[in-house]
Design a protein around this ligand. Structure first.
Ligand SMILES: NC(=O)c1ccc[n+]([C@@H]2O[C@H](COP(=O)([O-])OP(=O)(O)OC[C@H]3O[C@@H](n4cnc5c(N)ncnc54)[C@H](O)[C@@H]3O)[C@@H](O)[C@H]2O)c1
Length: 423
């Protein structure tokens, strides 16, 4: 294993060939990012800027790192989840694309935070987070590096929630662009990306036939809608649990059964939480689950499944397949926890497909350019991605699929801007 002093800490540099092949394959499905990379190559909008990135170390992230480097940035990358690092990708990034990477698949908590500190040591001028862990460290024990940061970006719902909490308390140290809130991000990544890859994770981990099973989706936000839609597509009988009456009503009218989580626990076969909240699967639910129930989480942190509650009724844990931990309960049932309650789509499958990360990472790249260009005008607040960027990404994505759309005529524009033209 290489050491941190050499500018990286990864599992095995010899995996670089395989990593490069897979990165290049995914690049073929990221045309928007490719076009940004070509422009960055010429214009160098990030020239000399040190970027501290804490993202899932996957093939798609590698193509983002290449794009940022093409723009002239020095890229230092650590993992945003201990189980999501693809070691061959980390190797290729170091060996073929000149990035500094600090990430090893299945690293323990100490290494995870040591690697975040390695990124902070670089003195990042821009932070790029997925879950606000770098922001957390910079606003806590490493506040010595806070003043050097021009701005940052945040990829996910949970991270944006944490940043808004910091902003409300008047403690946010620099402006951050909420990439998650761009329409070209959460409409597609959270819904179609999480939808497909979560089902993929459950299937790869367990090899169960989804058709005919009762799949319980807890949380009917952007991710939950996608997971429920794809589970239904596989032939599951989908049950949704929500706390927000509007979203519960939406789930009902989308054709799903809606009920409280404890009731769903009695009948469900597979449980998937996507709430961004703690204890979505907890307590009494474990007491009433059927033997054979499969439990997993696709929300950002591993707090959604309360593992202590499950452990409290467990008399024996046993390994069945990789990432499938069996729990034998005091009353003789078997409950199976996937990926230790961490993001099942990244731990047991490959995360979102490149075609959807194309738009999420186009937002990241353009938001970084926006911060470098406009940080002087930004306050210490959480900002949305500018609407022009969102629309440009949608336009580029449609163009890459060869899809053309209509434009408004002058008369239509005039009509839509008027108040006096009625019946
Ligand atoms: N797996 C991935 O790759 C991936 C991708 C994108 C986002 N995420 C994460 O998934 C989580 C959800 O993201 P989102 O964009 O769908 O958020 P969202 O805010 O759109 O939806 C969350 C939903 O969960 C509901 N909820 C909250 N607590 C609940 C509880 N205890 N029981 C039932 N419902 C509850 C909320 O009412 C809301 O409707 C976040 O943690 C986000 O960071 C994961």
């Amino acid at each position: 294993m290489a050491t941190a002093e050499k500018g990286y800490d990864i599992a095995d540099i010899a995996l670089a060939d395989e990593g490069q092949r897979r990165i290049e394959w995914e690049d073929r499905h990221m045309p928007v990012l490719q076009s940004i990379r070509e422009r960055f190559e010429k214009e160098k909008p990030l020239d000399g800027v040190t970027l501290g990135c804490c993202l899932h170390v996957t093939t798609e992230t590698a193509n983002l790192a290449r794009t940022l480097a093409a723009g002239g940035a020095n890229v230092a990358l650590c993992a945003s989840n201990p189980l999501s690092t693809q070691d061959d990708v980390a190797a290729a990034l170091v060996d073929r694309y000149g990035a500094e990477v600090y990430a090893i698949n299945a690293e323990d908590n100490d290494s995870y935070y040591r690697h975040i500190h390695a990124i902070v040591d670089k003195g990042p001028q821009i932070t790029m987070d997925d879950g606000a862990d770098v922001v957390g460290v910079l606003h806590g024990e490493r506040s010595d590096k806070l003043s050097g940061v021009l701005g940052g970006t945040e990829a996910t719902t949970t991270g944006v929630i944490r940043l808004k909490a910091l902003e409300r308390q008047g403690k946010l140290g620099y402006p951050i662009i909420a990439v998650n809130d761009a329409k070209t991000k959460h409409f597609f990544d959270n819904r179609y990306g999480t939808g497909q890859s979560t089902l993929d994770g459950v299937i790869r981990a367990t090899n169960v036939l989804i058709a005919g099973l009762r799949v319980v989706v807890i949380g009917y936000g952007w991710c939950g809608r996608g997971v429920a839609m794809r589970a239904k597509g596989h032939g599951a009988h989908v049950i949704v649990c929500e706390v927000d009456p509007l979203r519960a009503l939406e789930a009902l009218m989308d054709g799903f059964e809606v009920m409280p989580a404890v009731e769903a626990a009695r009948v469900g076969d597979v449980f998937i939480s996507v709430t961004g909240d703690r204890d979505a699967i907890a307590g009494e639910m474990f007491n009433v689950m059927k033997s054979g129930a499969i439990v997993c989480n696709s929300g950002h942190f591993d707090v959604e499944v309360n593992k202590d509650d499950l452990d409290a009724i467990t008399v024996e844990k046993f390994e069945t397949r990789p990432l499938v931990e069996g729990h034998r309960t005091k009353d003789g049932r078997e409950i199976f926890l996937l990926a230790d309650g961490r993001l099942v789509n990244l731990a047991a499958a490959e995360g979102h497909p490149a075609a959807v990360m194309d738009m999420s990472f186009a937002n990241q790249a353009l938001a970084a350019e926006h911060v470098v260009h406009d940080h002087g005008y930004l306050d210490k607040k959480v900002y949305p991605v500018p609407e022009e960027i969102d629309k440009e990404i949608a336009r580029l994505k449609l163009a890459s699929r060869g899809v053309e759309i209509d434009t408004l005529s002058d008369k239509q524009q005039e009509y839509l801007a008027s108040w006096d033209q009625g019946t």
